[in-house]
Design a protein around this ligand. Structure first.
Ligand code: AMP
Length: 241
């Protein structure tokens, strides 16, 4: 059975890195609303043009636009066949309610926790290669190739001013949606190396997958032993009769 995962965390928490690893191991479809919106913006679609104004200020794009975009993405067949990893959505209670209405329910909600102070350093220094999509960082992952270095871009909302606004928005949105996923939440300390975080994240997903397969059809030897013990007297009586 494909697994369906929701991941959340403040901007700069390392969701991109963890998502790459999750996709690599579990083959799920990564759906990032930030990436979808940036693509719409690059393609200069009506949605992209309306969204650009909100995005550059670090503000949320209106719910109705994002909900329609996510709904359309979930209608594609790859999502059902491979399972999904939803990143950046829901970010408000109406978005969470829309998910429930569409029957989009995660098996696991991974919440990456990183203190705000650590995020400023992580975000202000982040540069993206527009050709490969690889994200570098001036301090933590410097680019050494002069050709790539020359074309690196900074996201319009990766500034200290926009980050402050995005963090206020993040704390509001996480408070609004947290309760919806209480039963399936795994909170992971994201203020560690990517490898340490990945070990915990991937471990939690493996555990969840194992749990769901064993609860429905994985009959184990002790189950058979229990059935044999329970039904043996019944069969013995039937044979006697
Ligand atoms: P992200 O890459 O997830 O940090 O998203 C970048 C920007 O896209 C955000 O700051 C918002 O302006 C917009 N955005 C992404 N996802 C959503 C969403 N679920 N609801 C509203 N706006 C969003």
């Amino acid at each position: 059975m494909p697994i369906n995962i929701l991941i959340a965390g403040p901007p700069g928490a390392g969701k991109g890195t963890q998502c790459e690893r999750i996709v690599k191991e579990f083959g799920v479809v990564h759906i990032s609303t930030g990436d979808l919106l940036r693509q719409e913006k690059a393609d200069k679609t009506p949605l992209g043009l309306s969204a650009a104004e909100y995005m550059s200020k670090g503000a949320l794009v209106p719910d109705e636009l994002v909900i329609a975009m996510v709904k359309a993405r979930f209608e594609k067949p790859d999502v059902k066949a491979k399972g999904w990893l939803l990143d950046g959505f829901p970010r408000s209670r109406p978005q969470a309610d829309a998910m429930v209405q569409q029957g989009i329910i995660p098996d696991l909600f991974i919440l990456l926790a990183v203190p705000d102070e650590a995020l400023v350093v992580r975000i202000c220094g982040r540069r993206t290669d527009p050709v490969t999509g690889i994200i570098y960082h001036d301090t933590f992952k410097p680019c050494t190739d002069p050709e790539i270095l020359a074309r690196l871009e900074t996201r319009a909302d990766d500034t200290k001013e926009a980050l402050e606004k995005r963090l206020v928005g993040y704390h509001q949105h996480i408070a609004a949606i947290r309760d919806c996923y209480k039963a399936m939440t795994v909170e992971v300390d994201g203020n560690r190396t990517p490898d340490a975080v990945a070990a915990e994240v991937l471990g939690a997903i493996r555990k969840k997958q194992k749990g769901s397969s064993s609860c429905c059809c994985n009959i184990r030897p002790f189950h058979l032993a229990f059935l044999a013990f329970f039904f043996a007297p019944v069969f013995a009586n039937l044979l006697k009769a």
